[in-house]
Ligand binder design. Structure first.
Ligand code: GN1
Ligand code: MG
Length: 384
C-alpha cells in the first residue's frame, strides 16, 4: 500500500493529530506493521491483522482489552494500548471499536513504546539477562489476569501434536513432494523425533502442567529495551496472549535468544545454542518469576527448550510444503531455510542436554533457602 493511503487509513483512528509519515516497522512474519508519526511528533503502530492466521480479530482485541483491564503494570513498564476508531462506520460488521476495515482486512492502531528499541539477536549476557527478566515480569503481570477473561485467539497454537498430525496428513495426501535433499533431510529429522512431539501436551493432560495466561510469541524482538538504559520497558505483539503453558514462552524465548546466528541466518554451521546466554536469560527470568514454577514445571523445562525450536521447525517446514500460506516468505525456499535453522538448533540443544539440565539444576538450587535458613526459618525473617 502507498504511504499516502496508509496515512489516510491511520487518520480513521482517534490519533492526537494528523498523520504525517508512515514507515514499515519490525520484522513480523504474520501481520503487516508500520510506524505512523503525526504532525505533533507522536508515534503509533498501525497494523493489518492477518486473518489467514487470526480468523477472529475481534477476539484478539478483546483479549488485549482484558489484559489492560486486569494487569496492573508497575510505573516502569508499558502495555501497548489499542486506539479506537475515530468514527465507527454505520453498518460496520466489525464487533470491535478498535478495528477498521480496509481492502477486506481488519486494521488497528496501537500506542507506540517511545524511546525504546528491539533487537533481533542477543549480543551479550547482560542483554540476555534483561530479556529474561522481561518475560519474568510479563508472566508475573499476567498472573493477575483471570484465565477465564481470555479467549483462545489461535486454536492449536503451540499444540505440537496438532502441527504434527497436520503435517502427517500433508504427507499422506500425496499433495506435497519432498523434491530436494534438504526437504528430505527435514522429513527424516521430524520422523526421528515422533516421541518428542507429545511431551508437554501429555504432561498437561495428566494434570502435571497447568494452563496460565501466556504471551505466546515472546521472541526476543518482541521485548522493548529502553534506548537510554537498555532496561526492558515493555513486551509487544500481544495477539497470542491467551491461556497456555509457561513452557511455550520459556522455550520460545530461549530458542530465539540463545542462537547468536539469529533465526533468519542461512549459515547453518553458525547456528548454536549458547549456554552462557541461556544462563543469563534464565537467571533474569527466575529473578522475576521463579515463584510461578512448581516442581513439575521445573522438571519439564528442558523438554520445552528442546520442543519449541523443533515445533517451529515443523511449522516452517509444513508451511513450505503447503506453499507459504502462513508465514510471509521472501523467496521460494525461505520457510525451508528457516526450518533448517530451527532443526539445527534443536540438534545443538540435544547435544548439550546434560549441560542444560545441569544448568537448570544449578539455577534452581541457587533459589533454595540455604541449609541454615531451611533448618531455622527464623533466620530468614532476621535476614529480611
Ligand atoms: C511468528 O509474526 P511474528 O514474527 O511475531 C509466529 C510465531 C513464530 C515466529 C517465528 C502468530 O511471529 O509463533 O515463533 O513467527 N506467530 C504466530 O519468527 O504464528
Ligand atoms: Mg507475533
Amino acid at each position: 500500500m502507498l504511504a499516502m493511503d496508509l496515512c489516510a487509513l491511520a487518520a480513521r483512528f482517534a490519533l492526537d493529530a494528523e498523520p504525517a509519515l508512515v514507515e514499515p516497522l519490525g520484522h513480523g512474519n504474520v501481520n503487516a506493521t508500520y510506524r505512523v508519526q503525526t504532525v505533533s511528533g507522536r508515534s503509533y503502530v498501525l497494523q493489518r491483522l492477518n486473518t489467514a492466521v487470526f480468523q477472529r480479530p475481534e477476539l484478539v482485541m478483546a483479549n488485549l482489552e482484558a489484559l489492560i483491564e486486569h494487569a496492573d503494570p508497575p510505573l516502569d513498564w508499558q502495555l501497548p494500548r489499542p486506539v479506537p476508531a475515530a468514527v465507527v462506520a454505520t453498518g460496520s460488521s466489525s464487533t470491535s471499536p478498535y478495528l477498521v476495515e480496509h481492502g477486506g482486512d481488519p486494521w488497528r492502531v496501537l500506542t507506540f513504546v517511545e524511546q525504546a528499541t528491539s533487537i533481533d539477536v542477543v549480543g551479550s549476557a547482560s542483554q540476555a539477562a534483561e530479556i529474561g527478566r522481561a518475560l519474568g515480569r510479563f508472566h508475573a503481570l499476567l498472573a493477575d489476569v483471570p484465565a477465564d477473561q481470555l479467549v483462545d485467539t489461535l486454536e492449536g497454537f503451540h499444540i505440537t501434536p496438532r502441527y504434527y498430525s497436520a503435517y502427517q496428513q500433508q504427507l499422506a495426501s500425496g499433495s506435497v513432494r519432498l523434491g530436494n535433499p534438504r526437504a528430505q533431510w527435514c522429513a527424516s529429522f521430524i520422523a526421528e523425533r515422533a516421541d518428542l512431539v507429545p511431551v508437554l501436551e501429555q504432561a498437561k493432560a495428566a494434570g502435571r502442567l497447568q494452563l496460565r495466561p501466556i504471551h505466546g510469541d515472546p521472541k526476543v524482538n518482541n521485548v522493548m529495551l529502553c534506548s537510554a538504559t537498555g532496561c526492558a520497558v515493555a513486551m509487544v505483539d500481544l495477539d497470542t496472549v491467551k491461556p497456555g503453558l509457561l513452557h511455550y514462552d520459556i522455550g520460545d524465548l530461549l530458542r530465539s535468544g540463545c542462537n547468536p546466528a539469529g533465526e533468519e541466518t542461512t549459515d547453518l554451521q553458525a547456528v548454536r545454542f549458547d549456554l552462557d546466554l541461556a544462563r543469563a536469560m534464565l537467571s533474569g527470568y527466575l529473578a522475576e518469576a521463579a515463584s510461578l514454577l512448581n516442581a513439575a514445571d521445573r522438571e519439564h523445562l528442558f523438554d520445552a527448550i528442546r520442543l519449541i525450536p523443533f515445533e517451529l521447525g515443523l511449522r516452517f517446514f509444513s508451511d513450505h510444503l503447503a506453499g507459504d500460506v502462513y508465514f510471509k516468505a521472501e523467496r521460494p525456499d525461505h520457510n525451508l531455510s528457516r526450518a533448517l535453522v530451527q532443526f539445527r538448533l534443536t540438534e545443538q540443544i540435544e547435544a548439550q542436554e546434560e549441560a542444560i539440565r545441569a544448568l537448570l539444576t544449578e539455577l534452581f538450587l541457587a533459589l533454595q533457602p540455604t541449609a541454615a535458613t531451611a533448618l531455622h526459618p527464623e533466620a530468614m525473617d532476621l535476614a529480611s
